[in-house]
Design a protein around this ligand. Structure first.
Ligand code: F3S
Length: 407
């Protein structure tokens, strides 16, 4: 396969637009050759993953500093994934000072590259919103799923270095989900049970990811789903499998506009028994609970509003942490939701994610979640996880135990 480059791309590759853009384009061209792309595509937006110092370590920080010292700056709107701490309130929450200082240094280096330090996995709720059909280069699997499926933009699951290279040179390689032929579903998933809550949608995503790995599913039988429910479905399917794009009949962007089911598809059915089994399997452990965490993907203002209304006037026996983006937290503050949640014994934490934060340093062992993605990663890190609806998790936080042994 021959890779065609435009005159502008050739000039960039020859160093005529500076060393940093040359180096960035070399990375994109190398990827284009590996994936046999015929051309490169201009992009409109980047989301960079690999932001937590917990994952980057010194080697990652040095890699970023090297880019910054070459004078690199991003050329398209670029935002960041969650970090390992709340960037403003880390000391108050109790994060380790040494770790926090390293994390803040990472953010400073990203800022020097011209990147907006939003630190969220829901950039689409924080101003980085691509349009239908836009080619973008996003890391963060749940955001990739949302952009591809709900918005109808086009991105592969980028790694940190490739997304950063795309941000600097403004290009990506035309392969994978950028191409029409890879966006049709090869599996039809008939959902025969009513899925309603965040955890139901998370359970469906969890089940689908395990069954289909990274194939594209086409769901039928889902009657309604708002953006918060869709982000739960996509995040869980991206975590338990590697699903980067899904369609829901009559609901998601491309499924409303065209036939997105391949002619030769296989079929699966998700039943009430499947849903029941998932909850039973995941909640088979003991009754202990140390923490409830919401906000995976980062909570929207509607989610925070709902939680605030439910905890209002209560005294939580187990704390609730809600991870969200800074802009959403600011709106929650203005609306007074933060005060209601804090008075009950909870917190809204911005810029961070429990998966990439040093959670074990707080001594938590038993955590309840309403998210299929938090469930997947926190369980893999050795936490005992309880999985239920937002209401079940809040009620458990109020009584201080997962099961209601009185009923
Ligand atoms: Fe976001 Fe972390 Fe969940 S990055 S999607 S809150 S695992």
């Amino acid at each position: 396969m021959t890779l065609y480059l435009t005159r502008e791309e050739e000039a960039m590759l020859n160093g005529e637009m500076g060393e940093a853009r040359q180096r960035a384009l070399e990375i994109i061209v190398a990827l284009a050759k590996i994936y046999e792309a015929e051309r490169l595509l201009p992009i409109t937006s980047v989301q960079v993953s690999g932001v937590s110092y917990k994952n980057l370590g010194e080697a990652g920080l040095e890699f970023l500093e090297d880019w910054a010292s070459s004078g690199a700056t991003v050329t398209v709107p670029t935002t960041l994934n969650p970090a390992g701490i709340d960037l403003d309130d880390w000391a108050e929450v109790g994060f380790d000072k040494g770790f926090s200082e390293k994390q803040l240094k990472v953010i400073e280096v990203f800022k020097s590259l011209g990147i907006t330090p939003t630190c969220t996995c829901t950039p689409y709720l924080a101003g980085n919103v691509p349009k239908f059909g836009d080619h973008i280069a996003w890391g963060e699997s749940s955001a990739v799923s949302f952009a591809n499926s709900v918005i109808g933009a086009r991105t592969n699951r980028e790694g940190g270095p490739s997304a950063l290279a795309s941000a600097i040179c403004g290009k990506t390689a035309a392969y994978g989900y950028h191409l029409d032929e890879n966006r049709k579903a090869k599996y039809k998933v008939n959902v025969e049970v009513e899925v309603e809550s965040f955890s139901d949608f998370g359970a469906l995503g969890y089940w689908t990811g395990i069954k289909l790995k990274n194939a594209v599913p086409f769901f039928t039988g889902i009657k309604k789903a708002d953006n918060d429910l869709l982000k739960q479905l996509g995040a869980a399917a991206a975590a338990s499998g590697g699903i980067a794009l899904y369609h829901i009949e009559g609901i998601t962007a491309e499924a409303r506009a065209a036939e997105m089911l391949s002619e030769d598809y296989d079929e699966l059915t998700f039943t009430a028994d499947d849903l029941k089994e998932i909850y039973a399997e995941l909640n088979s452990g003991g009754n202990e609970l140390d923490l409830v965490v919401f906000g995976c993907p980062h909570a929207s203002i509607e989610e925070i509003k709902y939680i605030a209304s439910k905890v209002k006037g209560s005294k939580l026996k187990v704390p609730i942490w809600i991870t969200s983006s800074k802009p959403v937290k600011e709106v929650a503050k203005r609306a007074g939701y933060d005060k209601l949640i804090e008075k009950a014994g909870g917190k809204i934490l911005s810029d961070m994610c429990a998966v990439v934060a040093p959670m074990k340093s707080f001594g938590f062992k038993h955590i309840a979640v309403n998210s299929g993605k938090y469930l997947w990663y926190l369980r893999n890190q050795g936490f005992e996880i309880k999985f239920g609806s937002t209401d079940e998790c809040i009620n458990a936080a109020i009584r201080g135990a997962w099961y209601d042994t009185k009923s």
